[in-house]
Ligand binder design. Structure first.
Ligand SMILES: [Zn+2]
Ligand SMILES: [Zn+2]
Length: 377
């Protein structure tokens, strides 16, 4: 008893643009094995297109292929496999892209993003149960994307990847909490632990950066300075709590230092670009924290003046998925959204994008004209 569904499959990485023409993602009829023990069948109602998906398509983030892409999504539980007790059919859920086990030393220590079992499953592009349940029309196995594989009508995931969504949060907004909000807000609240009155700069205003701006404003940071190469994104950041916008470029560091009389206390690098990290480091005052949340190509290295690192006591902090604990943090973030103080609707710049339009959507993401486009498979 296999399930038939439609899914966007990446067979070969390419940077051949426009993607609408080269069509790296093919929307295909595929089969899905029903959920086995410790697995859940989820009907995806909303899937965000994230820059990390584009990085898999263009090869910046090499992954085993072919793969059913997509890692930021919300939907409804259709069926549960044997032994699954924490979700039930009909539950509204958001997916998290690190299926932490909950009982290893890292998970028990409050750092589930470091869970070795979850990282091995994601690296090998399989579920934590060991399975890869998608097959193409020829019967060939398709890899799973970060335990989610969201660009499809139906997917099978581990319950460890799922967090319930409260009724007051629409599922197309809930989807962006799974990656953009968890990563951006977490970088500010969990990794940097921003305190009221601290000067914060957020460099790179995609979904993660805009979420970081919202969280910095919510945490009482001042000023909150948004930095990007695209002027319209500075306006978008101002609309959700940034007090200033600075165009990225040659004089950005000087500008940031002037605005804060000597440098920001916290710089969030959300662009995944070595130049953005250099700006973040140079614009941070003595004793400041530089949080690196963007993921560039693995070949990139950092170069830091060691004398400044020591003499100015700066800290460079890596932040994966916002150092989050999804089952602790997502309910809090949903409550803040429902209370009207975390305006995550602003991240959703296109709703109801058909799955068949996914390649053109990649072009729009690459052009920087969209923050989050929500596919509705
Ligand atoms: Zn993402
Ligand atoms: Zn673990």
């Amino acid at each position: 008893m296999t399930i038939t569904t439609r899914a966007a499959v990446l067979r070969r990485s390419t940077d051949d643009q426009p993607f609408a023409r080269s069509a790296p993602l093919s929307v295909e009829e595929v089969t899905l094995q029903p959920p086995g023990p410790g697995e859940v069948l989820v009907r995806i109602t909303a899937a965000g297109l994230c820059h990390s998906d584009l990085s898999v398509v263009n090869g910046d983030r090499p992954r085993p292929l072919p793969m059913v892409l997509g890692h930021e999504a919300a939907g409804v539980v259709e069926e549960v496999g044997a032994g699954v007790t924490d979700v039930a059919p009909g539950d509204r859920v958001v997916c998290s892209y690190v299926p932490s086990c909950g009982h290893c030393a890292d998970c028990a220590g409050g750092h589930p993003v470091r869970c070795a079992d979850a990282q091995a499953a994601n690296r090998e592009a399989r579920l934590v149960t060991g399975r890869r349940p998608f097959r193409d029309a020829s019967g060939a196995e398709l890899h799973h994307h970060l335990g989610v594989s969201a660009f499809t009508e139906l997917t099978v995931v581990s319950p460890r990847s799922l967090v319930p969504v409260p009724d007051e949060v629409p599922l197309d907004v809930a989807a962006v909490f799974g990656c953009a909000v968890l990563t951006g807000a977490g970088a500010v609240l969990n990794t940097a632990v921003v305190r009221p009155g601290e000067a914060v700069a957020v460099i790179g205003l995609g979904g993660v950066g805009i979420s970081a701006v919202m969280a910095a404003a919510l945490a009482g940071a001042h000023p909150v300075i948004a930095v990007d190469t695209v002027p319209a994104k500075l306006d978008a950041a101002t609309a959700v709590g940034a007090t200033h916008g600075v165009l990225a470029g040659d004089d950005a560091v000087e500008h940031l230092r002037e605005l804060t009389r000597g440098g920001v206390t916290v710089a969030i690098e959300a662009a995944g670009h070595p130049g953005a990290l250099a700006t973040a480091y140079a614009a941070t005052r003595s004793g400041g924290r530089i949080v690196v949340a963007g993921l560039p190509h693995p070949r990139h290295q950092i170069s830091v003046p060691i004398a400044s690192l020591v003499g100015e006591e700066k800290s460079i902090l890596g932040s994966y998925m916002g150092s989050s604990v999804p089952r602790r943090d997502l309910p809090r973030l949903f409550a803040l959204y429902a209370a009207g103080v975390l305006p995550a609707d602003a991240l959703v710049t296109s709703r109801s994008v058909p799955l068949d339009d996914v390649n053109a959507a990649l072009d729009r993401l690459h052009a920087g004209t969209e923050v989050r486009q929500i596919l509705t498979p």
